[in-house]
Design a protein around this ligand. Sequence first.
Ligand code: GDP
Ligand code: ZN
Length: 295
Amino acid sequence: MVQNIITGRIIKEKRGLFTCESEKGMIMSRAASRFRNTGIAPVAGDEVLLSDNGDGTGFITEILPRRNYFLRPHIANVDSFLIVITSANPSPDLYVIDKLSCVALNGGAEPVFVVNKNDLSGGDWLAQIYRKCGFKVFQTVANSGQGTEELSNYASGKISVLCGASGVGKSSLINALCPGVAAETGDISDRIGRGKNTTRHTELFPIRGGGYIVDSPGFSLLDISEALNAPPEELAGLFPEFENYIYNCRYRGCTHTKDEGCAVVAASIRGEIPRSRLDSYNALYSELSKHRWSK
Ligand code: GDP
Ligand code: ZN
């Protein structure tokens, strides 16, 4: 019998069973055992070749080339990180936010900022920090839908990871962007289990206009520090707003951590680079310097 080979996108991975979206609809697939031996196993987000058994089941035979790969959440082919932040309730931890942005850029995904709870004061201030650095910023009120259409237009056709602290409104945004998905929202105290991320499965939620959003509950500081796998001298390259200045530093190989002759520090003193960004850079630089890097 000639096998019917088709392409599919893995939208869910759970205990060795892969839900693949394809021209033939959803196909529940197992993967060839040789993937286990090669160390490259299929993950959510992967484009794959699979043999279609014709009864809603299939078998993954090939993983098509990936544009990138992240461990937490466990996913491939990410176009963007939607970093959800709020001016209050919870108040923003700019260091964690800036680190997330570096994780995205380091992995070849675009960090964009979603200032949610924009009905609270302080949203414009927060948005301004990131606009000034050249990032895309959306301002939303997830539970009324305000501003979510612009975000939906941006995310359409892409795979986006939704991340941010617990309580910023990630579930509310999923409900606004993904019709038919009922993500559980509520006060943090009502659903303690969710943030613990005890299950390892990753799921892509289809959004209006094509594309997917991946929820990454409980993105803890520890997870992020594992994820930012870069030597300190590459860190400045993950702060795009430094780019116009780094060639004007007095010393070649300037680390931008001391003010002597540093054009980045000078730009921050003039207010051209947000102070909080330089603070995050310094903290990350010393954190990354503690690792020992091998080529
Ligand atoms: P998650 O933990 O990031 O998934 O956050 P949720 O979506 O569960 O939202 C946490 C709480 O904030 C819920 O009580 C939501 O109703 C509320 N919330 C979400 N978005 C907004 C918003 O734009 N404005 C306001 N005032 N509250 C919001
Ligand atoms: Zn410098």
